[in-house]
Design a binder for this molecule. Structure first.
Ligand code: 13P
Ligand code: SF4
Length: 334
């Protein structure tokens, strides 16, 4: 059996504490106990597995999670999400301990914008403001003027003068969607999310023929042809709220499947159909988000590892554009 000292030594390669747990342990009760004992808060993204969502103190989209991280009084923030989200929480809370159940929970979109490469691109356009989607590393944030999320991107762009040249990174699909909505001509970095790019327009169309009354709701990280057939486009929170106030009975949901858990919980009488990807699977999970498990969550709370740490100079540079985002969001009541 692996002991705690070897598990700690292996942490950098494994990404999580690889320790065995008594299978009879009530993980839900243990996690609740640890929350109270350590004054810890669990923040979870909608793409986490249902069990993790059920033990979380706050579930939200990227903006909601950043705001919750900024406002918490807890001593420990346990981030059930991916690395850039936990890193954002640390940037906002340098004095707090921020834990991520699996350090290898990355993001393909974030990986598509290496800071060194992006800096070369940015230097070629010195008159442009850099607006960067929150799905990026601290290094990318430090090169940005304002951070945005899918729920505030449009408002942030619209708050800038119409003739202001803008670079939008790293998501070319969200950028193209905002260009279309605002009539701007932002320069787009060529990044994308592996989960949202893989949806099959053909399979979604066939699904719609079988369910003609179902509304198609999609995340703006999807490609333009998919967005063109959507009845509603929004962030994960936007999609969830839409299903609560809209009067349809059936929805084809074009985003990561984790969101269906809250949709079904909040609307028990409605039907939610996950949109199929362009492979043999019927639904579409983010392999990074799904690296976190209830077991890893328990272990990281018990041993307070893996922890997010950051160089102070980088943290301060990355914080500025996040603060700008939070100020603009507060101004518009987002
Ligand atoms: P939002 O929850 O902000 O809509 O982002 C979706 C996403 O892909 C997070 O990684
Ligand atoms: Fe990144 Fe896409 Fe996964 Fe979100 S769903 S964490 S954008 S890879």
């Amino acid at each position: 059996m692996v002991d705690i000292n070897s598990a700690k030594k292996n942490l950098t390669t494994a990404g999580f504490l690889d320790l065995s747990i008594n299978p009879e342990m009530d993980l839900f009760a243990e996690i609740e106990r640890l929350k109270k004992e350590k004054n810890a808060i669990i923040l979870a993204h909608y793409y986490q597995e249902p069990d993790i969502q059920d033990v979380a103190d706050f579930i939200g989209d990227s903006l909601g999670l950043a705001q919750a991280a900024e406002n918490t009084q807890a001593d420990i923030i346990v981030f059930a999400g991916v690395h850039f989200m936990a890193e954002t929480a640390k940037i906002l809370n340098p004095a707090k301990k921020v834990l991520l159940p699996d350090l290898n929970a990355g993001c393909s979109l974030s990986d598509s914008a290496p800071p060194a490469l992006f800096k070369l691109f940015k230097d070629k356009h010195p008159d442009h403001l850099v607006i960067t989607y929150i799905n990026c590393s601290a290094g990318m944030k430090a090169l940005s003027d304002i951070i945005c999320t899918s729920s505030n991107a449009q408002k942030i762009i619209e708050s800038l003068p119409a003739d202001q040249p803008i670079i939008f990174a790293p998501d070319r699909n969200l950028g193209a969607y905002i260009n279309k909505q605002t009539g701007r001509d932002m320069l787009l970095w060529n990044g994308a999310c592996m989960v949202h790019e893989i949806f099959s327009l053909e399979k979604i169309t066939k699904l719609k023929i079988r369910h003609p009354k179902a509304k198609i709701i999609a995340h703006p990280e999807c490609e333009a042809p998919v967005l063109a057939i959507a009845d509603y486009i929004g962030s994960t929170t936007g999609l969830l709220k839409f299903t609560q106030k809209d009067d349809a009975q059936e929805y084809i949901v074009v985003t990561e499947t984790g969101i269906l858990h809250q949709m079904q919980k909040n609307n028990p009488d409605k039907t939610f159909i996950p949109a199929p990807p362009n492979n043999s699977c019927a639904c579409n999970d983010c392999p990074h988000m799904k690296l976190n498990t209830l077991e890893k969550l328990y272990l990281c709370m018990e041993y307070e590892l893996p922890e997010i740490t950051m160089d102070e100079e980088l943290r301060l540079a990355a914080k500025k554009p996040i603060d700008r985002m939070l100020e603009i969001s507060a101004k518009y009541g987002l």
